[in-house]
Design a protein around this ligand. Sequence first.
Ligand SMILES: C[S@@+](CC[C@H](N)C(=O)[O-])C[C@H]1O[C@@H](n2cnc3c(N)ncnc32)[C@H](O)[C@@H]1O
Length: 237
Amino acid sequence: MLERFDLLQHAPLEGARTLLEIGSGPHAVATVPLAFRVGPEGRLLAGELSRWGNFVSIVADSGLGNRIFPVACDARRLPLRDDAVDLALCVHGLRSLRGEPNSVRIIREMLRAAPRIFLAESLPVARTAAQRSHLGLYDLREQVFRAGSGVADDSRYPTLERVTSLVEQAGGIVDAREIVEIDLPHFLAYFPRSLVERVPAAETRDRLLQRWDEAEAIWRQKGEDHPPVGIVVAHRP
Ligand SMILES: C[S@@+](CC[C@H](N)C(=O)[O-])C[C@H]1O[C@@H](n2cnc3c(N)ncnc32)[C@H](O)[C@@H]1O
């Protein structure tokens, strides 16, 4: 949540009274900082497909629930009129949108619902051994999830150029791009070996188990740091 607070210093929140968040996720990690930043007069629509998890209790504990309006939706088709909000944001959510066509479609919807958008996502960049160790384990997630359940979540982090390209394909005009260095530990990369053991295809399973063992040993030795985050701010033509 501290990292999300930091990132939101780079969002064009001045004058924005109504916000839309895409992919709030089960822990409201960006939702609570966003609700804090929008202020007591502001409103945040928290859009999420299905993973509500502890969202309700975390929002209640934050004391900011009166500013947060959960919206269960598929962001490929937002249940909002044009220009319904001042700013639409997707924070560390691109990785879960399941591929380029979906991402472009969702960004296009964000640009329909808001005149401006803000996207933030970790970059596949490692400047330290601990960032490299994070990427080593994180980069296995998509393959393991796809091989295990057929569903690819936690895609590899996109480069800043790729995020820019997604925005441009969706018809957005990029106002600002930046890379933010995050001086914080990161605890996302780890996932249990048992998930790899459940992969049904033996050859794939053995290959992934070997890679998991190698990546996990480095992760244990070096720890993990948050990789730099790429930010793109764009507007509708
Ligand atoms: C990485 S997670 C949570 C990101 C969160 N904002 C954060 O700061 O940690 C991204 C979320 O996007 C949601 N998501 C994926 N596809 C979606 C869609 N088509 N419409 C709405 N939400 C979607 C997933 O269910 C997931 O909870």
